[in-house]
Design a protein. Structure first.
Length: 102
């Protein structure tokens, strides 16, 4: 698979995703690339962690894993975030192939 600029693989069964978030969208969806990160539009407001919770649930649902396996590493109050996902590489790569092209 062609390497994605927003994904790194620090170890087996673990990946890190760089995500640029746009809040207050009509629906939650991946929207291509932005500055080396996956742009995700969120149908959530950036108040009291609601956007982070929505993004965690969206990532977990898209990957078919429990939300507890998706951890925010950096960017709690920023639009640019880094997430660690505990999932098999094949699962993540299948999800990446399903994303719209940048």
């Amino acid at each position: 698979m062609h390497p994605c600029p927003f994904v790194t693989w620090p170890g087996p069964g673990t990946c890190r995703l760089e995500i640029a978030v746009v809040t207050n969208a009509r629906r939650t969806e991946a929207a291509g690339l932005h500055d080396g990160a996956l742009r995700v539009r969120l149908a959530a407001r950036p108040i009291d962690g609601a956007a982070n919770d929505a993004l965690r649930r969206w990532l977990a649902g898209a990957l078919g894993i429990a939300p507890s396996r998706v951890k925010l590493l950096r960017g709690e109050t920023s639009r640019r975030k880094q997430w660690e996902v505990a999932a098999e590489r094949g699962v993540v790569e299948a999800w990446l192939r399903s994303l719209p092209q940048a």
